[in-house]
Design a protein around this ligand. Sequence first.
Ligand code: NG6
Ligand code: CA
Length: 505
Amino acid sequence: MKLNRLLFLVPLIFSAWGCQKTTTTETTATQKPNIIFVYMDDLGYGDISANGATELKTPHMDELANGGVNFSNGYASSATCTPSRYAAFTGEYPWRKNAQILPGSAPMLISTEQMTLPKMLQSAGYETGIIGKWHLGLGTHDKNWNEHISPGPNEVGFDHSYIMAATQDRVPTVYIENGDVVGLDKNDPIEIDYNKNFDGEPTALTNPEMLTMKWHHGHNNSIVNGIPRIGFMKGGKSALWSDVDMADHFLGKVKEFISEKSKGDKPFFLAYTMQQPHVPRTPHPRFVGSSGMGPRGDVIMEADWCIGELLRSIRKAGIEENTLIIFSSDNGPVLNDGYYDDAVELIGKHDPKGGLRGGKYSLFDAGTHVPFITYWKGKIQPSKSNALVCQMDMINSLAALVGSDIKTSDAENVLPALLGESKVGRESLILEANTKTSFRKGDFVLIPAYKGNKLNKQVNIELGNSENIQLYNLKEDPAQTKNIAKENPELTQKLMKEFTAMRGA
Ligand code: NG6
Ligand code: CA
């Protein structure tokens, strides 16, 4: 019997045995592997060289892709961050909850009653942590940032959390560790408002001379480190993060986590939720100019280096052969997402979409079709897979891996595909952009007729809205150039019926 088959079965028998101390080949089969979910922010399918990028080199992401299973049909649930993260961590379609991009002041979106991926892993004996971007809301509506903030990641299954509340472009621009703002001076309390400014506080509109980065659309509220943000913030000076050091800062926490937890007797789950290449793109000075594509390319270089460091630390800890890494991105790519940072001007021949249509915010494929890689040295054989898989499936699939019988109804168990043992994934998947949904089934994708702008002019991305139903065969036409709905009325009707039944459920 193959080792990975054993891994699949043995935890079911010895599910109470969470010990990972043994190292011989014979006993490896009873171990529960460490699991690291590396979640990029706005990285496009075509942004990594393993997926065809020639102008950008991503050697460490490629190392994962070429040493593991590289999925050509891997999906985020949504074309923006909050809903995708909601699905990835809860195994529930985000449109059931109307999850949309949250302001930094939003209350916690995930109910503490809900099953989550980290809770499932906790119940299977895992120590769990999240380091990086959160963007799923924190605390209550009227929370006080100067006191302990709850509920947060720690109340929905993470034993440890070291996060930014929302995005790099939203206030509060501080790190939060296990519910407390890091480095806060209680004599300089933080105040946050997403509707109105605090008297006398500079904004991008009142004090443009203070800016080191210019806003293009939105992003003209409070100024922190010369960068104008979304939302108003006052106080908390000693706690403000340094944008150019953010990648190193999170990586440092990741290294500490790995070195500490790899010595313990429990397996660990770590969500390393990186901020790149979301705006504002602020590469550390040692990466400035490294891509020749301006800050967007430079932060991808920086992120790639971080992944190299991540690999180095799991090797140093001696756990590479007992660690499953899942690498993906929360939504598709965007160039100008609200700041003048030369992303458009310096893109050259690079295509972050990798030949797909649309991008972040879009119902077209590039909105949700993202890099998706599983890597597990010695267990997963390097291969390419066209199995349809979604981040939302992690909960049911990893439950099968660790011997838990927890399941959520929207997620599917695609573990054999994730381990490269099968090319069969899901049959179908509902995808979402700005509350509008489309339906992927086999090679086809159906986009119902939707009112709304065809183009988001500010970011220059086609949104997928049309007065006509659209049907594409993604295998034959990955760029979605030919709407074949009219010439396939029966198929269109059949898919629409199935989609409506699922969507309405
Ligand atoms: C949009 C922001 C964009 C980005 C996005 C969230 C404006 C005009 N645009 O509202 O810059 O922050 O929200 O991105 O404010 S996500 O990847 O977290 O979903
Ligand atoms: Ca994102």
